[in-house]
Design a protein around this ligand. Sequence first.
Ligand code: AMP
Ligand code: ZN
Length: 467
Amino acid sequence: MKIYNTLSRKKEDFIPIEDNRVKMYVCGPTVYDYIHIGNARPMIIFDVVRRYFMYKGYDVTYVSNFTDIDDKIINRAFEEGVDAKDIAERFIDECRQDMEGLNILEASINPKATEEIDGMIDMIATLIDKGNAYVTEDGTVYYRTRSFKDYGKLSNKNIDDLEAGHRTIQVTGDLKEDPLDFVLWKPMKEGEPFWESPWGKGRPGWHIECSVMSKEYLGNRIDIHAGGEDLIFPHHENEIAQSEAANGEPFANYWMHNAFLNIDHKKMSKSLGNFFTVREISEKYDLQVLRFFMLSAHYRSPLNFSDDLMESARAGLERITTCADKLEFLSDNSHNPKLTEDEKELLEQAGGFTKKFEEAMEDDFNTSDAIAAIFELVRFCNSNTSNASKAFVQGLYDQLSMLCDIMGITLKKEKEILDKEIEDYIARRQEARKAKDYALADQIRDELLSRGIQLKDTREGVLWTRV
Ligand code: AMP
Ligand code: ZN
């Protein structure tokens, strides 16, 4: 399997640290508002990376954090007159709801920055002991950037060029030794949340959070660290400087970064105001369509959001689900149970699409080509299933469903049960009860329950509720 590694700037063979195990960390959102669909891009992409590793038999530990303390959270809390904690908790819940709609597997662990402060204090103390960090008079702790000789290796920046850029924007009154130094711990400001530390009351800087949460749940050295490409510099560069100086060993073997989701060819972002939230999109589309749209491009290519592309994603997805529905129907209604010799051969031929799919995924997760292989399978199914045996259509369905599952696409639509249908069920159950066929009556009740409808027998009649 080949992965493009931002660190080496080339595709490399994936070799795990431990056999059959993948330890990955994906930088998560800062929770001060609903997530926008740009934020959903890394969530979807790295969920597919994880699913593919699982398909290949790896045991994946997937850690993704919530940054739940930050200036933006504090500002919003001030505006609303509530605690920063309330804002963070509210938007963590909203984010989880969006992720569920996008069919993103729950992370193995979702650490929150505010629950990991002790680890941050430990790592900062280690960095001070080792001479990689220092405390200033006002209680700020800075990382001594020049003390880390590999600084710039991820973003391919030369430290002297960086210094020249920084000089012009140095803030007066700053107590840094060097304009390149960045904050590990900042002193408390009046009215803001704080934690006790050996350097006084304050809160951690953003970069130290991820170094510590990754170490806490995955160990010093991990296989994959991922996020959007805007995180390469300074966030990930600084994470490397912190982790490698503190732990004395390399941090992540592979660094993966997704390109931006754009709108009118400009990055979608909160600060530019050109964004749609996932919640807004969910009012217009099934979120599977958004997921399918994101996967239609390779993750390292910029992707422009438009109604046209969403419509074509909707149509594409429908072609796949319609094919799956047809296969299911054929399987339920076929009169020949057994595979014929010809069908055996056809199934083998169909296996070629799985091979194509795998080849695309093994080439740095080319989901665009992988989806093309799924469409080829759909075409094949549509033209080879007349008078087919049950075993044959079931075989095709299983293959299609397996490939879609790696993409996180669910084929079985939860078919909304209509009120009329429920009333029919209830009438049939009443008849069964009248005829003292309680087994049938119970069976009908259970069937309804499995479709989310609960019955309650009352004196006035049968009441039902959606559960
Ligand atoms: P943030 O909450 O800004 O830290 O972003 C959370 C994640 O979303 C990070 O991995 C960002 O790189 C990513 N991200 C933010 N905006 C976009 C965008 N327009 N396209 C793709 N990824 C993005
Ligand atoms: Zn991070």
